[in-house]
Ligand binder design. Structure first.
Ligand SMILES: NC(=O)c1ccc[n+]([C@@H]2O[C@H](COP(=O)([O-])OP(=O)(O)OC[C@H]3O[C@@H](n4cnc5c(N)ncnc54)[C@H](OP(=O)(O)O)[C@@H]3O)[C@@H](O)[C@H]2O)c1
Length: 374
């Protein structure tokens, strides 16, 4: 396994390799985040969710990941369940190739993964239930009573097992960032008290993993949790979650990143004041800044839907040529967002999407006009 992790020195070295992107403010430091504030992270990150779980897609992903790292993307995002663990293994193949050729070093790249869903291994087994019994229940890794919705588990022993598998899949001694994956899905099944109890137990285990050098930071990756009104059953309050992390790890806890969709069709992190403590209400991005947590945006292209058919004023306001570039520029210009993830199973998309990184993010005053025009 590759030793090390992303460091301030390594990510600064990486940034210096791309002077044009550096000068266009493509790399950011999440300065408000304890322990991570000195890391230079690319404004565009590489996502690995979509695509078939087959050899052809593996080949394409491995090439695209290597192309992305060679082009100025040093934030890689995956999850153990993505394409049945194949996406993690594609990151390993690409990084191994780049590091062994002496092109890049481990400390230049920031790799995040996730767990929580039940994960298969390489392919969908013919009898998924038998697979889970054999792989997880019989060895005592997972108690079926801990499952929510028949498919989600954030019990410490299960997450710990998934982290070990992810370290092997990624070929990394230390994973830079581990997210509890879509924890809000549990709120359909369990009370909010039980949800908080489960999260705190998970965080206590994750703090131990950080101490053991297996992780650097942890957080949660969500779909609806931070984008819905406070009355919704899937709603998550970041202040409450940060308090659970403080109880688990003290003031120097390592809950320092969160992920949620952020794109032209899903701008709630900025536009919806659904976070707060007491009477003070604020957006998720403002809350995360206050709490020393970095925000990573997912689904930057709304899973491909924003690459065509955008109203003309969007491109005009952002000064971009294509709809895909406008969608990327919108996300990476959001005040307070560190990195916007784009799924790129094909290296041609890496080349075209990196064009947006060659221009500085849109000034906030101009950017805000998108919320009032149209
Ligand atoms: N809850 C969560 O934790 C969560 C949820 C969703 C996403 N994520 C993360 O965020 C990442 C990004 O989101 P996503 O992959 O779901 O969606 P996305 O980035 O919005 O869109 C990815 C899709 O857009 C296509 N694409 C990329 N560049 C393009 C271009 N220039 N022109 C036309 N099509 C283009 C990709 O095609 P190719 O693949 O063919 O290149 C892929 O089909 C994920 O990969 C994942 O890492 C996390």
């Amino acid at each position: 396994m590759l030793p090390g992790h992303a460091t301030p020195v390594g990510t600064a070295r990486y940034r210096e390799r791309f002077p044009k992107l550096r000068d266009a403010s493509h790399f950011r430091r999440p300065e408000h985040v304890p322990g991570a504030g000195e890391l230079w992270l690319s404004s565009i990150g590489f996502g690995t969710y979509l695509g078939e779980p087959d050899d052809a897609a593996d080949q394409n992903y491995t090439e695209a990941i290597a192309a992305a790292v060679r082009s100025g993307v040093n934030v890689l995002d995956t999850a153990i369940n993505y394409r049945h663990q194949r996406s993690e293994r594609n990151i390993d193949a690409a990084l191994r190739q780049l590091v062994s050729a002496g092109e890049f070093q481990r400390d230049e790249v920031f790799v995040g993964t996730k767990a929580g869903y039940l994960s298969f291994d390489g392919n969908l087994p013919s009898d998924p239930r038998a697979y889970f019994m054999r792989e997880y229940v019989e060895p005592g890794i997972l108690d079926p009573k801990q499952l929510a919705g028949g498919m989600h588990c954030m019990a410490p022993a299960y997450l710990e097992n998934q982290i070990e598998r992810s370290r092997q899949n990624l070929g990394l001694e230390t994973i830079d960032l581990f997210y509890v994956h879509n924890p809000e899905s549990q709120l359909a099944d369990v009370s909010r008290d039980e949800f908080h109890h489960r999260l705190k137990d998970a965080f206590a285990m994750l703090e131990k993993q950080v101490k053991a050098g297996k992780l650097r930071f942890y957080g949660m990756a969500t779909w609806n949790g931070f984008r819905v009104p406070e009355t919704a059953h899937e709603y998550i309050n970041l202040f409450e979650v940060a308090e659970l992390a403080r109880e688990a790890g003290g003031d120097a806890h390592h809950f320092r990143f969160l992920q949620l969709p952020f794109n032209l069709a899903m701008p709630e992190a900025c536009g919806l004041a659904n976070q707060g403590s007491g009477k003070e209400k604020m957006s998720l991005l403002a809350a995360a800044t206050r709490l020393g947590i970095a925000v990573v945006g997912s689904a930057t292209l709304y899973q491909g839907r924003l690459t065509h058919g955008l109203p003309e004023f969007v491109g005009r306001t952002l000064g971009m040529k294509s709809d895909a570039e406008s969608a990327i520029q919108f996300a990476r210009s959001a005040p307070g967002l560190t990195t916007s993830l784009i799924g790129m199973g094909h290296k041609e998309h890496v080349a075209s999407n990196l064009k947006a990184a060659q221009v500085p993010p849109t000034a906030t005053e101009e950017w805000k006009k998108l919320f009032t025009q149209g």
